[in-house]
Design a protein around this ligand. Structure first.
Ligand code: HEC
Length: 197
């Protein structure tokens, strides 16, 4: 029994000494091999030196030829040629192919929604009536805003300008989705017709 206590206490001593040895604290064997789980590689978000992707960029642009879910393709280029093409040939889906009961229709509801959005996004510059006398113009914060009456615009050109902007007017494509752009387009047409009366 005595020798059992002796042996146990010697073992305990050895274990205590070994566990206090500072060398043991550093990791010797990595069971998971060379995975990044032990030694995580910290990358700066959005930095340009990522090795994961071929072009070194972390934030990837969409694959060419793909369209994000819920988005509608727009093929007219952002150029003067694209503007002219859209002006001449882009037609509103609300006008020419919408069945009568479609939500894509120049209906009262769509025009009302167009007015609502126009007053939020466009009226500060273009004025509630489209005469180019928005608050920013009146306060001389923004100049060169036309009266819709004085421009030869079509539904195609209005949509195109909302999409890409024109001159010093910026694009509103990120504020308005496809349907909303058409709603605003038709409301702008209505304003212009009223101004021409
Ligand atoms: C920050 C001021 C500003 C806002 C906001 C703005 N516009 Fe404009 N817009 C302009 C200016 C300036 C022009 C003249 C651009 C030019 O012809 O160089 C213009 C021109 C236009 C034209 C005529 C372009 C042509 O073909 O001659 C249309 C149509 C138009 N805007 C529609 C809109 C609509 C719709 C919205 C809201 C979704 C909007 N704009 C918001 C400043 C603005």
């Amino acid at each position: 029994m005595k020798s059992f206590i002796k042996i146990t206490s010697v073992f305990a001593l050895i274990i205590a000494l070994v566990s206090c040895n500072s060398e043991q604290r550093s990791r010797k064997i990595q069971y998971m091999g060379d995975t990044d789980m032990y030694d995580a590689v910290p990358y700066e978000a959005y930095s340009a030196d990522h090795k994961v992707f071929k072009n070194g960029m972390e934030a990837q642009t969409p694959v060419v030829g793909t369209i994000a879910r819920g988005k509608v393709a727009y093929d007219y280029p952002n150029s003067e040629v694209g503007y002219q093409l859209a002006k001449d040939s882009l037609r509103s889906p609300m006008k020419f192919k919408a069945p009568l009961d479609s939500i894509y229709r120049v209906s009262k509801a769509n025009l009302a929604q167009g007015k609502h959005l126009y007053n939020i996004y466009c009226a500060v510059c273009h004025g509630k009536k489209g005469d180019g006398q928005g608050d920013l113009v009146k306060r001389e914060k923004f100049l060169g805003v036309p009266n819709y009456k004085g421009r030869q615009i079509t539904e195609g050109s209005i949509y195109h300008v909302i999409m890409y902007g024109r001159g010093i007017m910026g694009s509103h494509a990120s504020q308005l989705n496809d349907k909303e752009r058409w709603q605003v387009t038709h409301y702008v047409e209505q304003l212009r017709n009223d101004l021409l009366k």
